[in-house]
Structures are given as structure tokens and as C-alpha cells.
Design a protein around this ligand. Structure first.
Ligand SMILES: N=CN[C@@H](CCC(=O)O)C(=O)O
Ligand SMILES: [Mn+2]
Ligand SMILES: [Mn+2]
Length: 316
């Protein structure tokens, strides 16, 4: 079972002004049905069932509200034409992750019918299967969606033990194969200390494009930008998913699979800038926010800053 919870305006708080100086004063709460066209639709995915099934550390169920609490306090530089909505949250009930993913897909499709940009706050990385399906259902088979995943992991585990937070892109690849649609997947920040030999072999079999963590840093900006631009030129739309465990635990300790060896925010911001410039961004999510292991809200602040960057850059 999955339950839709209406947005809670009390989560959105911070300093107050009479000029909408802060994001909590800018963001409106309302269901997707009521949002203005061409707005930004935030949606929570309160689910860590996939992390639990994948033998990870649970706690990401509280991720969406941790991100909202930090984003609300940040300054608002958006013009009055750009509207941002909190469209509520989908809750996973009794471990029914599949129904939760389905509900997410429906809400993502609905936001696209409003020409809104869905930004989904997670939640385990199983968020990606629900999010992608919602984008694909709306777009149809004639157009290609390229997935850009900022992550230490491929998340291409097979589903022999059931779907979980480590399987979403394998599931998408299987569906693409069954539907006769291309599977276009670029992973940025892949680490040999985080993916076994079978996962690298699966990635090669599925013609996944990837940059290892050693190639994904600001010193290699030219190469990174070239790879991203080339990938984007081969697809009609781009779906961006950011797994916070791809960042070094110096920046993102609040995740299930933390590691000091991850990437830094600077290269992610530059990459997001390149993606936004392409005008092909269709949807974005932030996965694996786990407040249980966060330190001084660093990870929640990082997630909120990434969203803050994207919504401001998009509206420029
Ligand atoms: N979404 C995360 N997936 C990773 C988790 C790794 C870990 O728990 O150490 C994976 O399955 O590879
Ligand atoms: Mn990961
Ligand atoms: Mn992941």
C-alpha cells in the first residue's frame, strides 16, 4: 500500500520577511492538480524499504522532510514568474515498495502534463524506478530519455532477490529491452571499491557509459563536460538522479553507504549547469538522504543546496 500525504506547510519555516526573501515564503503547498503550468513540483518519496531489502542502513524514510527543512531556510532569488510547489509526499506502507513506486510514477506523469519540472526528494534509490517510469509513460516510446546518475554505484544488481535500492537501473534496462526502447544510462562517480566485478560486467553488457571517481573531479572538468554533452546530444530528454552516497562522507555522512572516497560538490554543480543549459532536463531526484546518520544537517544542507542551485539556474 502507498498513501499520499498532502504537503504540510508547517515544515516550511525560517526567518520571515515581507518580500519573500526566503524559500519557505516562496514555496506554495498544493496538490499537483492545482499547480500553475511550467512550475517546479517538489514531491517527497518516504520510503527506505529498498534500502532495507538491500541490506543497507534504514532511515531514508525521513529524508524528504530533512531536505525541506533546510531548503525552506535558504534565501529566495527567484523572480515572481517562477512558481515552486510542494505537492506532498508518497508514503510506503507495510513495505510495499512496488505500490509506492507506482504511485510515484503516476504523480510524475501528472506533473509533466502540467509542464512542470518534477523534483523528487528521497528516500532510497528505488525512487529511480518509479520516477523513470513516470517520465517514460508521459513521453512515450518515440522519444529517448537519457539517465544521468551521480553515484558511487551502478545500481545494476539483478532482481533475483527481488527489487531493491540496488536494482533500479537493471529493472529499467529490462523494461527497455522488453519495450524495444534504447537504454541510455550515464553514471558519474563510479568507484571500484563500491561495485564488484559482476556489476562492471553488467554495465559493459548494457553499454552503460560511466566515469570513474578518479575521472570525475574538477581537474578533469573539460573531459567531464565533453562526456555529458555528447551523452545529451544522443537523447531527447534527460532524467537526473543524484545519489548522495556518491559524495565523500566529508560532505554527505547522512547516507546508508557512506565513504570518504566520494566526489565533491563542485564537479556536480558544474555538471548540473551543463545539463540545464541543454534545456533537456525532464525530471530530477535526490536519493538516499538518511538523517539518522547525518552530522549537523550537512547532508540535508547539501541536498537542499543542490535543489536551490537547479531551480535558480533553470529560471535564469
Ligand atoms: N542504492 C545503493 N546501492 C548500493 C549499496 C551499497 C552498499 O550498501 O554498500 C549497491 O547496492 O551497490
Ligand atoms: Mn550509491
Ligand atoms: Mn544509488
Amino acid at each position: 500500500m502507498a498513501i499520499y500525504k498532502k504537503a504540510n506547510p508547517k515544515i516550511w519555516s525560517g526567518r520571515t520577511s515581507d518580500q519573500r526573501l526566503y524559500m519557505h515564503e516562496k514555496i506554495k503547498c498544493g496538490p499537483i492538480e492545482s499547480i500553475s503550468p511550467h512550475s517546479i513540483a517538489l514531491l517527497g518519496y518516504e520510503c527506505d524499504e529498498g534500502v532495507k531489502r538491500n541490506q543497507g542502513r534504514v532511515g531514508a524514510v525521513d529524508g524528504p522532510n530533512a531536505i525541506r527543512a533546510q531548503l525552506g531556510k535558504m534565501p529566495n532569488h527567484l523572480d515572481s514568474k517562477t512558481e515552486v510547489y510542494d505537492c506532498g509526499t508518497i508514503q510506503c506502507i507495510k513495505g510495499d515498495m512496488e505500490v509506492t513506486q507506482n504511485k510515484l510514477s503516476q504523480m510524475v506523469s501528472k506533473s509533466l502534463t502540467k509542464n512542470a519540472l518534477p523534483i523528487i526528494l528521497g528516500g532510497g534509490h528505488d525512487i529511480a524506478y518509479g520516477h523513470y517510469n513516470g517520465l517514460a509513460d508521459h513521453i512515450g516510446k518515440r522519444k529517448t530519455i537519457g539517465i544521468i546518475n551521480f553515484d558511487a554505484h551502478f545500481d545494476l544488481r539483478s532482481v533475483e532477490n527481488g527489487p531493491n535500492s540496488g536494482t533500479p537501473f537493471y529493472q529499467i534496462a529490462q523494461d527497455c529491452n522488453a519495450n524495444g526502447t534504447p537504454f541510455k544510462y550515464l553514471c558519474l562517480g563510479i568507484r571500484p571499491d563500491s561495485n564488484d566485478k559482476n556489476l562492471f560486467e553488467t554495465a559493459i553488457d548494457l553499454e552503460v557509459e560511466f566515469l570513474r571517481n578518479t575521472e570525475f573531479n574538477i581537474q578533469k572538468l573539460k573531459t567531464v563536460s565533453r562526456v555529458i554533452k555528447k551523452f545529451i546530444s544522443g537523447v531527447n530528454h534527460v532524467y537526473v538522479t543524484i545519489d548522495l552516497d556518491g559524495f565523500s562522507s566529508a560532505y554527505a555522512p547522512g547516507v546508508s553507504a557512506a565513504s570518504p572516497m566520494g566526489f565533491s560538490p563542485d564537479i556536480v554543480l558544474r555538471s548540473l549547469g551543463t545539463i540545464i543549459k541543454s534545456k533537456k532536463l525532464l525530471g530530477m531526484d535526490i536519493a538516499e538522504m538518511n538523517p539518522t546518520y547525518d552530522i549537523d544537517d550537512q547532508t540535508a544542507k547539501l541536498a537542499a543546496s543542490l535543489i536551490h542551485f537547479v531551480i535558480h539556474r533553470i529560471s535564469e
